[in-house]
Design a protein around this ligand. Sequence first.
Ligand code: FES
Length: 161
Amino acid sequence: MAEAKRTKKADLARIDRVIANYRAQRWSLIPLLHEIQGMLGYIPTEAIPRLAKGLGLFPSQVQGVITFYTQFYTAPRGKNIVRVCRGTACHVRGGKTILKLVKRHLGIEEGENTPDLEYTLETVACIGVCALAPNIVVNRNTYGHMNPKKVARLFSKKDEA
Ligand code: FES
């Protein structure tokens, strides 16, 4: 996973202002986490003790909730989330090669972000459209029957940058 950058003072101040709106309202942890993640794209680890103090919880309780729900992230993520399917149908139809090509185009490994935070690369077990294997999902768009040419076309803008 990509290294979490040190959170800027300005972002921590924004977090403190959001927490102040929910002071001591323990029930509000999840909406608050959503608000912080919506604001910064992730929940900085420095926010955990602040949240705990503001809501009257233990830091371990805040950490536990963040860990439990997979939609919360504690490290920055790219603007575009690329998911390459590693399910059986995609695997037997060349998914491994597709993943290798995507890694090469983006210059990152699974679980990493591009340095410009344009892309995050992940793999998934099966996205449920095995008939179109091998598949890639970029944000909410699914790209089926992937091949080296299609991968190159999909990431051509990235290569031009
Ligand atoms: S295995 Fe890839 S979509 Fe099902």
